[in-house]
Design a protein around this ligand. Structure first.
Ligand code: ATP
Length: 308
């Protein structure tokens, strides 16, 4: 399938001499949710800003829907909706007027039915006549999304959509992103929150120091890089690991009640059966067993730290 957004060898050196992007290449498939994950200053906003035509690239090229973003700026900008990081809204205008006005800026004919549907999707319909200053922070964020979607773009960029938002609202936002995807919009979001990428993305891109370290299917990434641990809770505490088990890479907890065995779930031979047999042969009684999978956060931290 042809990518909806294609970024090729993109570099950006700001006038200050700072290189914010280093030869980034990335294809985004129609209808996917891609999360760009990276620490402060990694280059996420710079990447989005170039694709949206707000910042010029120093090198490389980008196409949106097959059109070059420089020579075909009007077409590509019309295909894109951008929700910026900051809340930049007037105070006295109503929700209805704000969103309709944004549509007009793209030279689109009024479409009250579409805007009504959009405001309903965003749970803003009952606020359509409210002035923006009367809205909560979460509602204002949704108005920004409404503005970004007012001209019916096919690609939506969300720059840190849930920064500074409480947990409940964050979950609402995730549900909203899923609803938007179902309506056929491709979504690219930047985030510092690993759990956000874990919760909603199909693919995850990790940016650090202007470099795209990887872009991978979220599940495959967690599967590939994730280690699993078997935690064995013992019936009685141990002061040390018994002789018969010292050849196993086991860790004993400080209270002597837990043994932890770390293994690679992708290995055909995880050693689990043999380990459990050896434990039973050594006379230890097992009270409980549990396994844990390392999270995207651990994977992310280890990736970024090995590269810096
Ligand atoms: N106009 C500019 N002039 C000079 N340097 C800039 C400019 N804009 C951004 N930078 C620098 O480029 C780097 C990347 O910034 P960018 O805003 O793209 O990062 P980010 O990943 O979006 O960070 P954050 O998560 O904090 O928003 C940073 O070091 C930043 O200071």
């Amino acid at each position: 399938m042809q990518p909806i957004v294609s970024v090729s060898n993109l570099s950006k050196i700001y006038a200050s001499g700072h290189q914010a992007l280093k030869r980034v290449s990335l294809d985004i498939a129609p209808g996917e949710i891609l999360a760009l994950l990276g620490p402060n200053g990694a280059g996420k906003t710079t990447l989005i800003s170039i694709i949206c035509g707000i910042v010029n690239a120093s090198e490389g090229s980008v196409t949106v829907g097959g059109h070059d973003i420089v020579s075909g700026y009007r077409v590509t900008r019309g295909m894109i909706g951008l929700v910026p990081q900051e809340l930049t809204l007037g105070a006295f205008e109503t929700v209805w007027n704000t969103v309709n006005f944004s549509r007009g800026l793209f030279g689109k004919k009024p479409a009250p039915d579409y805007i009504e549907q959009l405001l309903k999707t965003l749970s803003l319909w009952d606020k359509k006549d409210s002035p923006l200053m009367a809205l909560s922070g979460g509602m204002k964020r949704r108005v920004l999304i409404g503005k970004a979607l007012s001209h019916e773009p096919t690609v939506l960029f969300l720059d840190e959509p849930t920064a500074g938002v409480d947990v409940e609202l964050r979950k609402d936002m995730w549900a909203l992103v899923e609803r938007l995807r179902k309506s056929g919009v491709t979504i690219i979001l930047t985030t510092h929150y690993i759990e956000e990428a874990e919760a909603i993305a199909d693919r995850v891109g990790v940016i650090s120091n202007g470099e795209l370290l990887l872009v991978e299917d979220k599940k495959a990434l967690m599967h590939k890089l994730g280690k699993r641990q078997l935690i064995i809770e013992l019936d009685a505490p141990l002061s040390q690991i018994p002789e018969t088990l010292v050849s196993w890479p086991l860790e004993l907890s400080s209270d002597g009640r837990q043994l932890t065995y770390t293994y690679d779930p992708l290995n055909t031979d995880t050693g689990l059966s043999e380990l459990l047999q050896a434990i039973s042969q050594s006379g230890l009684l097992i009270k409980d067993l549990q396994t844990t999978q390392s999270s995207l956060e651990e994977i992310f931290v280890s990736l970024v730290s090995t590269k810096s």
